[in-house]
Write a protein that binds this ligand. Structure first.
Ligand SMILES: [Ca+2]
Ligand SMILES: [Ca+2]
Length: 231
């Protein structure tokens, strides 16, 4: 541990320096009001092995370059299930994340995705997702991928995956399942350059359906658009 420590400190210094150079600022988003009913989180934790600990209170600052904004807000959104069971696909990124009884979109069972077109190649630093937090539950196979094209054939990359048994067949995920809260799930996208963001899930611990209250994609449009000409 003693030998690892200086390396860690060095890595943290480099990371801090990188963002400082770009004018790093803490990522800010509005956290919706907490509304919890149903299975208590500690009971759910027993049912849901290898659970990631839910954040307590406020999350520590997540630093992003100055000028980072939510690029997803009201951008074009599509889904694997074009006719939601409840709500509208546009609820995914309409900026409304209050946990009311009607303020979420419900997609069919099995693995489903929603996809946001950021409109241009962008550097993505963080993704915030709120599936459904009116009760303590966890979603299965939460996977986030980014790509240069809408069909995910050009430069697709997986930036988050907690499908540990590969039941959604996008590879074995190394991330851990988590319980939904009003704090949302913050995913580090590490500056990945892409235009399209796709989020998967495969039902949840309460039922087989898939839900979204809101998705935010924090980043900056890329100063040099991706060109195929010189590849
Ligand atoms: Ca919404
Ligand atoms: Ca799985």
């Amino acid at each position: 541990m003693v030998r690892v420590f200086p390396v860690l400190v060095f890595a943290i210094c480099i990371a801090s320096w990188t963002f400082a150079e770009e004018g790093g600022v803490p990522l800010k988003t509005e956290i919706p009001e907490e509304i919890l009913a149903g299975t208590p989180p500690d009971v759910l934790a027993m049912l849901f092995p290898n659970l990631e600990k839910p954040p307590k209170g406020e999350r520590p600052d997540f630093m992003v370059p100055k000028g980072t904004v939510n690029l997803a807000l009201k951008k074009k959104v599509t889904a694997s299930d074009p006719e939601p069971v409840l709500g509208e696909i546009t609820y995914v990124n309409d900026g409304n994340k209050e946990a009311t009884e009607t303020n979420f979109v419900e997609l069919s069972p099995k693995t489903q995705w929603v996809q946001i077109d950021l409109g241009q190649p962008s550097h993505i630093y963080a993704i915030y997702v709120w599936h459904f937090f009116r009760e303590a539950r966890g979603y299965h196979d939460v996977i986030v991928r980014v790509a240069d094209d809408a069909k995910f054939t050009k430069n697709p990359r997986t930036i988050y995956n907690n499908d540990q048994d590969n039941s959604s067949r996008l590879g074995i995920g190394r991330d851990r399942p988590y319980i939904e809260t009003n704090l949302g799930k913050l995913i580090n996208a590490k500056g990945a350059k892409a235009r399209y963001v796709r989020l998967y899930s495969k039902g949840n611990t309460a039922n087989s359906l898939n839900h979204y209250v809101e998705v935010e994609v924090f980043g900056k449009p890329s100063p040099s658009p991706v060109s195929n000409r010189y590849r």
